[in-house]
Design a binder for this molecule. Structure first.
Ligand SMILES: NC(=O)c1ccc[n+]([C@@H]2O[C@H](COP(=O)([O-])OP(=O)(O)OC[C@H]3O[C@@H](n4cnc5c(N)ncnc54)[C@H](OP(=O)(O)O)[C@@H]3O)[C@@H](O)[C@H]2O)c1
Length: 247
């Protein structure tokens, strides 16, 4: 599926929510889903960034997206329930959910990882995904073929020194995906993880400041697997930890 070539209109009639849609991989995924026919719901922290993505999607002639400005750091269960109600009122269902927004925190020895930063990373990368998924499951159940994608990392599959809270949060993300995939086995819903691999974004630049961003994949390059898992062709694929790149 790394070279998956989707039909131009493969996501027609799908409603897909993307978190962290204002920048990096989430922005590329939102644009890619929209240009393949989906109505996308752009969720993110910075409204101006979401508005720019909205303008880009409209300029491409794709369906008009919806915008949900939300800081997942402070959002509570009530915020997610309110959002779910709004999506139900607007669309009646949800066909796809890409959990993409994440915090890196910091890279330093475990002994020094500040507890406050650890809690912030876990809040955005794990707790918020838990609350959002719970709130949106009733709407996903209304889809004929619902797909939930979680975003993992290589450090969420094999622990790595100094990646502390971020790595731990990605292991939790893989776990959440597996629990859901098992619970919803033999239903119309599927749950999978993608490890994007090294991709030129702001988060990557913070983690690897000396790296030349042109030497690694750009967000648009890694879209085949993101499209594959939203497209009905992957209907029977669930509980998988996939990579978006060869290495
Ligand atoms: N890039 C890589 O090489 C790489 C490798 C492995 C895994 N990943 C994973 O891929 C995903 C996307 O990462 P990226 O590299 O595209 O990162 P990025 O460029 O930093 O983008 C992250 C996005 O998440 C949003 N976000 C962060 N905190 C948020 C919050 N509290 N509430 C709402 N939105 C929030 C950001 O919004 P603002 O822009 O408004 O702050 C931004 O749009 C992450 O899950 C990351 O862990 C990336």
């Amino acid at each position: 599926m790394l070279d998956y070539a989707p039909q131009a209109n493969c996501l027609d009639n799908k409603v897909i929510l993307v978190t962290g849609a204002g920048d990096g991989i989430g922005k590329a995924a939102a644009i890619s889903y929209a240009t393949h026919g989906a109505e996308v719901i752009l969720l993110g922290k910075t409204t101006e960034k979401l508005e720019k993505v909205y303008d880009e999607i409209v300029a491409l002639g794709a369906k008009e997206p919806a915008i949900v400005p939300l800081d997942m750091q402070g959002a509570t269960k009530q915020h997610y329930l309110g959002m779910a109600q709004t999506i139900e009122d607007m669309f009646g269902r949800l066909d796809g959910l890409l959990h993409n927004a994440s915090q890196l925190g910091t890279i330093m020895p475990f002994e020094q990882w500040p507890q406050e930063k650890f809690e912030k990373v876990m809040q955005v990368n794990v707790n918020a995904q838990f609350m959002m998924t719970q709130a949106l499951l009733p709407l996903l159940k209304k889809s004929a073929c619902g797909s939930v994608i979680f975003t993992s990392s290589s450090v969420g599959r094999k622990g790595r020194a100094f990646w502390g809270g971020y790595a731990i949060s990605k292991f939790a993300t893989e776990g959440m995906m597996q629990v859901l995939a098992d619970e919803f086995d033999n239903t119309a819903m599927r749950f999978n993880c993608i490890n994007p691999g090294a991709t030129a974004t702001k988060m990557r630049a913070v983690a690897y400041p000396a790296e030349d961003p042109s030497s690694i994949a750009q967000p648009a390059d890694i879209m085949p697997v993101y499209l594959y898992l939203m497209d009905d062709v992957s209907q029977s694929v669930s509980g998988q930890s996939l990579n978006a790149q060869q290495n």
